[in-house]
Design a protein around this ligand. Structure first.
Ligand code: GRF
Length: 187
């Protein structure tokens, strides 16, 4: 049984879908939800599923406390689901090809520094793109440049706003992220 940890900084709607998906799984279990924000709603969602939580500051993460916790909990896979801090290199190196992130755009477009959440959808709208989507990728020290595992797209019209774009993207995330994680558990 693979042990998964979810790192999230915010609401955690993706984390909820993942906990829901794996709650009766024989393949993997969500062993921990960790956040750098003590008031992040993702922690509430974890408590609802009876999943242990762990909170930490950026300083504690950079000092290795998060890595220690993941090793203590014998975590096999780290899932980033709306985690907004830069992952320390020693943490990435401790999970080679076993750290996964979801990005709310079709990388390599709209990736990199500052491209998160609504900023992405605003940029897609400003560019007048006729499609956007999600990218699920492995995390390496260059963050949004890790090996792409999965992408899904959705079409856009001129009527779309950053808010409706966000809704379409979230729908793709909730539909595909749990299944893509499940497909990785074979490795
Ligand atoms: C998602 O849009 C994801 O693509 C991005 O952060 C957002 C997290 O949303 N990395 P939620 O907290 O899971 O609702």
């Amino acid at each position: 049984m693979k042990r998964l940890a979810i790192l999230a900084s915010g609401s955690g709607s993706n984390a909820e879908k993942i906990m829901e998906y794996f709650k009766d799984s024989q393949k993997a279990t969500i062993s921990l939800v960790a956040s750098n924000k003590a008031d992040a709603f993702v922690l509430e969602r974890a408590r609802k599923f009876g999943v242990p939580t762990f909170t930490f500051t950026r300083k504690e993460m950079d000092a290795g406390l998060l890595l220690n916790k993941l090793q203590e909990e014998k975590i096999d896979w780290v899932i980033l689901a709306g985690f907004l801090l830069k992952i320390p290199e020693d943490l990435i190196r401790a999970f080679p090809d076993h750290m996964v992130n979801i990005h709310p755009a079709l990388l390599p477009k709209y990736g990199g520094k500052g491209m998160y959440g609504h900023h992405v959808h605003e940029a897609v709208k400003a560019a007048g793109d006729t499609e956007t989507g999600i990218t699920i990728h492995l995390v390496n020290e260059h963050y949004d440049e890790g090996k792409i595992i999965f992408q899904a797209a959705t079409s856009l019209t001129e009527e779309d706003t950053p808010d409706t774009i966000a809704q379409k993207v979230h729908a793709l995330e909730h539909r595909y992220f749990p299944e893509v994680i499940d497909s990785l558990m074979e490795k």
